[in-house]
Design a protein around this ligand. Structure first.
Ligand code: GLN
Length: 531
């Protein structure tokens, strides 16, 4: 029988609930348990695919092509669980499904209400993840902060769920903040008391408190929290700030969090340890041989979360090469206003990530030109590859007015244009070329050297594509088509010769990189940057 762990958050947002949930997943896997993870997002969008990165941060894409919350990225990086559309539940998805059933008459004339219809749908969606999968534990993270109006149906659903399953089969872990107030020189427990009080009003009693804190919690503070919150003292866990997110499972293990969970859920499993993770990930992050500076040129640079998986995958590339990465975040609009050299001189690698819309495009083109001409290793991802193609057609092939039809519908040279099947599509959500597609690699390329095999599969999220009418002409000028999707000969990878390392990919390799298993392209890119 599958057991459930519900992770809720209190006091403020950004406490690292997603990382905490992922780290719990890691701890349980280390004990030999099979797990999966779910993120519940209380917003009304069906998925984050239509949201601006400024609203939501990165959109994480799963193998099956779901556009999901970036926490699913943490889940896949920390654990072996494979995420899919069903692992991200939103209010929008729940209502969409309930309303569709109502239109079909499935409720037999009943009045449709939040309780029980919406809460039943939430519970069904949670159970569906465990169905027919032989999972020991499903960890369910509830987005938002306790006290938000919009997360109430989710909290009510998990209250019912816990009651129905029994407390040995479903527990609640509440992530909270225990702040240090400088003027009083004191650590304060009141926000945590209030947050747990709020949970109790809803009928949820937390089993474990994960207290985010800048300073260690003394025994009397833990005792106070335990007393006021109805939680055993040993279940008040301090979650101190750490240098790297990948240390979190180790500090949780140190606090005996896994043992506590195992006991509460009455699970039988091995003792487990994190020795491999410590040696292969954390120790390497802490003891690098040298630092490598790589510029990421994008338009959502000021936002931490917009390129989350890219930054993580770069870090993994650094781990694989025993180097620390110094990521220089460069706003492409600044490059177009000034010049590429001002921002890129001295960097050892340039990465242009994915994106949508014409803002910042010319700056990215200049960044690619600078990397190409100055022989700086370059990795272009999705839009970054398309930009590299435009730059090559303009500055190497000498074509005038080259562009993608995304930015100039009337360009005389649409080297990047809309996929045929995309032309008919009017709806926005979930309609791009999404998820995993096969790619065949060409011999004697940087790409095949990195992957060490001919057939690969990578995740996609795009509408526009390399225009094959220009393929022959570009190849004559030195562009290498290093990989194609066999159906329709769609270009997936481009490279250029006479350059130490210059690769553009139409897919998103960052979604498949793990801290102890860097993605081959990131590993080789970071390697090339050190020369
Ligand atoms: N805007 C481009 C397209 O739709 C690139 C998308 C991306 O970078 N994810 O094809």
């Amino acid at each position: 029988m599958t057991k459930y762990i519900f992770v809720t958050g209190g006091v403020i947002s950004s406490l690292g609930k997603g990382i905490a949930a992922a780290a719990i997943g890691k701890l349980l896997e280390a004990r030999g348990l099979t797990i999966s993870m779910i993120k519940c997002d209380p917003y009304i969008n069906v998925d984050p695919g239509t949201m601006n990165p400024y609203q939501h941060g990165e959109v994480y894409v799963t193998e099956d092509g779901a556009e999901t919350d970036l926490d699913l990225g943490h889940y896949e990086r920390f654990t072996n669980a494979v995420m899919s559309a069903e692992n991200n539940i939103t209010t929008g998805k729940i209502y969409y499904s309930v309303i569709s059933k109502e239109r079909k008459g499935s409720y037999l004339g009943k009045t449709i209400q939040v309780i029980p219809h919406i809460t039943d749908e939430i519970k069904e969606c949670i159970k569906k993840v465990a169905k027919n999968k032989k999972l020991d534990v499903v960890i369910v993270e509830i987005g938002g902060t306790v006290g938000d109006i919009e997360s109430l149906p989710f909290l009510e659903a998990i209250r019912q769920f816990t009651f129905e399953k029994g407390r040995n089969n479903a527990i609640n872990i509440h992530v909270t903040l225990v702040p240090y107030i400088k003027s009083a020189d004191e650590i304060k427990t009141k926000p945590t008391q209030h947050s747990v009080g709020k949970l109790r009003e809803i009928g949820i009693i937390p089993d474990i408190l994960l207290c985010r804190s800048e300073f260690p919690l003394a025994k009397d503070i833990k005792a106070k929290i335990a007393l006021f919150c109805n939680v055993e003292e040993k279940a008040v866990i301090q979650a101190l700030d750490v240098q790297s997110i990948y240390e979190v499972p180790i500090v949780f293990k140190h606090e005996n969090l896994d043992k506590l969970i195992i006991d509460k859920l009455k699970l039988k499993c091995a003792k487990g340890d994190l020795a491999h993770w410590k040696k292969q990930v954390v120790d390497k992050i802490k003891n690098p041989k040298r630092t490598v500076e790589i510029a990421v040129v994008g338009k959502y640079i000021e936002l931490q979360d917009a390129y989350k998986s890219i930054y993580e995958a770069l870090l993994h590339g650094g781990i694989a090469n025993n180097v620390r990465l110094n990521i220089k975040k460069v706003d492409s609009e600044y490059i177009s206003k000034h010049c590429a050299e001002k921002y890129l001189k001295g960097v050892e690698g340039v990465l242009v990530p994915g994106g949508f819309g014409r803002r910042g495009i010319e700056g990215k083109i200049q960044a690619v030109q600078y990397a190409r001409e100055n022989k700086i290793p370059f990795l272009g991802i999705c839009l970054g590859m398309q930009i590299a193609v435009i730059e090559f057609a303009r500055n190497v092939c000498g074509l005038k007015g080259v562009n993608s039809t995304e930015f100039d519908k009337n360009t005389p040279h649409p080297v990047i244009s809309l996929l045929e099947e995309q032309k008919k599509i009017k709806l926005k959500g979930g309609t791009m070329r999404l998820g995993k597609y096969l790619c065949k690699l060409k011999k004697d390329t940087q790409s095949i050297k990195a992957y060490k095999k001919e057939d690969i599969s990578e995740r996609h999220r795009h509408r526009y594509e390399f225009n094959n009418k220009y393929m022959g002409m570009m190849e004559k000028n030195g562009l290498v088509i290093a990989g194609v999707h066999p159906e329709g000969n769609l270009v997936e990878l481009i490279e250029i010769t006479k350059h130490p390392w210059f690769v553009g990919c139409q897919f998103h390799p960052e979604f498949k990189s793990k801290p102890d298993k860097a993605h081959p392209l990131f590993r080789e890119f970071v390697k090339a940057c050190q020369v």
